[in-house]
Design a protein around this ligand. Structure first.
Ligand SMILES: Cc1ncc(C[n+]2csc(CCOP(=O)(O)OP(=O)(O)O)c2C)c(N)n1
Length: 345
C-alpha cells in the first residue's frame, strides 16, 4: 500500500465522518431542518469509488449524499449553507440536505426518490456516448432501489445500449426498517444485474482499499468501452435511517458487531501496523478535518436567506423561448406564467 495514498483515503473518510457528526449536532440544535440522513459507517464506499474517477466524470447519488458531494469537491461550507437554507448553499438553499447539486463538479444530486437517480445516470451516460465523450457516470443507490421499476428499466437500457455507467449499490441491509430478505425473493443483488448481462460483483464496503480496487477495475472497463458495470458494496449504517427512526428492526448487538469493522478504524490500524501512520500524523489528520468543518459551520452561520422577491426566480427559464421570441423570464412580475391569469389552472 502506498503510504501517502492510504493517509489520503483515511483523511477523506474522516472528513465525511466529521461533517456528518456535525450535521447531527446542528440538526439537534434546530439549525438544520427537514429530513437528514447521515452516512456514518458507509464512508469507505464513497471514498473508494470517488477516488477512482476523473474530474469530467459524472456522479449521481441519493438523499444520503453529503459525503459524496464533499468528496466530489463541493465545499463543506456550500453543503452546510445549503442545509441551513441560505443563498450561499450549493443550490441557493432551495434543495436542502437531500438535494445537494453542483454542476461545476458534475455532481448531479442528491435525489430524494428511491431509484430516482438511476434513469438520470443512464441519461447522462447516453448523452456521453452519443457525443463521443469518454466520461463515466457513477450512480450510487441503496439496495432498497432494486425493488423499483426504475431500477430494472435502467439496467435494461444501460445494457442494451452498452452505456458508460457504473452502478454502485450501497447495500446496508435495510431500506428504512425493511431488511432485504423481507422484500426480495433474490437477495444476491449482483446476480440481478448479471441477469441483464451486466458485469457485476460484490465488494467488502467496509474496506476502502477493496472498494477502490474494485471501482478502479470497473471504471477502467467502462471507460474503455466495456459497457455498464455493477458493484454491490456490502456496508452498514451505524446510525438510524434518518433523524426520525426508533430502530426497532435491528438489535444493538448487530450494530455493535458491524462497528467492530468501522472503515476508519480498519484503515487506520492497517496503516499503523505497516508503519505508515504515526500518532502525530493521526492527530494532525483529525485536526485538519476539524478545522475544515469548523470553518464551514462559521460560513453557514453567516449565510443569508433568499430575499422574498427572488422566490419565483428559476421557476421559468431566464434564457427566453427557444424560438427567440420570448421574454427574458417567461413570467410576469408577479411570477405568473406569461399568458395565464392568477389562479388559472
Ligand atoms: C419511490 C420512493 N418510495 C418510498 C420512499 C420513502 N423512502 C425514503 S428512504 C427509503 C428507504 C430506501 O432504502 P435504501 O434504498 O436501501 O437506501 P438507504 O436509506 O439504506 O441508504 C424509502 C422507502 C421514497 N423516498 N421514494
Amino acid at each position: 500500500m502506498d503510504a501517502a495514498h492510504g493517509r489520503h483515503l483515511l483523511l477523506q473518510m474522516v472528513r465525511v465522518r466529521q461533517l456528518e457528526e456535525k450535521c447531527v449536532e446542528l440538526y439537534s440544535a434546530a439549525k438544520i431542518r427537514g429530513f437528514l440522513h447521515v452516512y456514518i459507517g458507509e464512508e469507505a464506499v464513497a471514498a473508494g469509488v470517488l477516488a477512482s474517477l476523473a474530474p469530467e466524470d459524472a456522479v449521481v447519488a441519493t438523499y444520503r449524499e453529503h459525503g459524496h458531494a464533499l468528496l466530489r469537491g463541493v465545499s463543506a461550507g456550500a453543503i452546510l449553507a445549503e442545509m441551513y437554507g441560505y443563498v450561499e448553499g450549493c443550490c441557493r438553499g432551495r434543495g436542502g440536505s437531500m438535494h445537494l447539486f453542483d454542476a461545476a463538479t458534475r455532481f448531479f444530486g442528491g435525489n430524494a426518490i428511491v431509484a430516482g437517480g438511476l434513469p438520470l445516470a443512464v441519461g447522462l451516460a447516453l448523452a456521453d456516448k452519443m457525443a463521443g465523450r469518454s466520461n463515466v457516470t457513477v450512480c450510487f443507490f441503496g439496495e432498497g432501489a432494486v425493488a423499483e421499476g426504475a431500477f430494472h428499466e435502467s439496467m435494461n437500457l444501460a445494457a442494451l445500449w452498452q452505456l458508460p455507467v457504473l452502478f454502485c449499490c450501497e447495500n446496508n441491509l435495510y431500506a428504512m426498517g425493511t431488511a432485504l430478505a423481507r422484500s426480495e425473493s433474490q437477495t444476491d443483488i449482483a446476480l440481478k444485474a448479471a441477469g441483464y448481462e451486466i458485469a457485476s460483483w460484490a465488494v467488502d464496503g467496509m474496506d476502502v482499499l477493496a472498494v477502490e480496487e474494485g471501482a478502479r477495475r470497473a471504471v477502467d472497463a467502462v471507460r474503455s468501452g466495456g459497457g455498464p458495470h455493477f458493484l454491490e458494496l456490502r456496508t452498514y449504517r451505524f446510525r438510524a435511517h434518518s433523524m426520525f427512526d426508533p430502530e426497532r428492526y435491528r438489535t444493538k448487538d448487530e450494530v455493535a458487531r458491524w462497528m467492530e469493522r468501522d472503515p476508519i478504524t480498519l484503515l487506520r490500524t492497517a496503516l499503523e501496523s505497516a508503519g505508515h501512520l504515526s500518532a502525530a500524523e493521526w492527530e494532525q489528520l483529525q485536526a485538519d478535518a476539524q478545522a475544515e468543518i469548523a470553518a464551514a459551520v462559521e460560513f453557514a452561520e453567516a449565510g443569508t436567506p433568499e430575499p422574498v422577491e427572488e422566490l419565483t426566480r428559476f421557476v421559468y427559464s431566464e434564457r427566453g423561448n427557444e424560438d427567440g421570441a420570448g421574454a427574458a423570464t417567461g413570467a410576469d412580475a408577479a411570477g405568473q406564467p406569461a399568458g395565464k391569469a392568477a389562479g388559472a389552472p
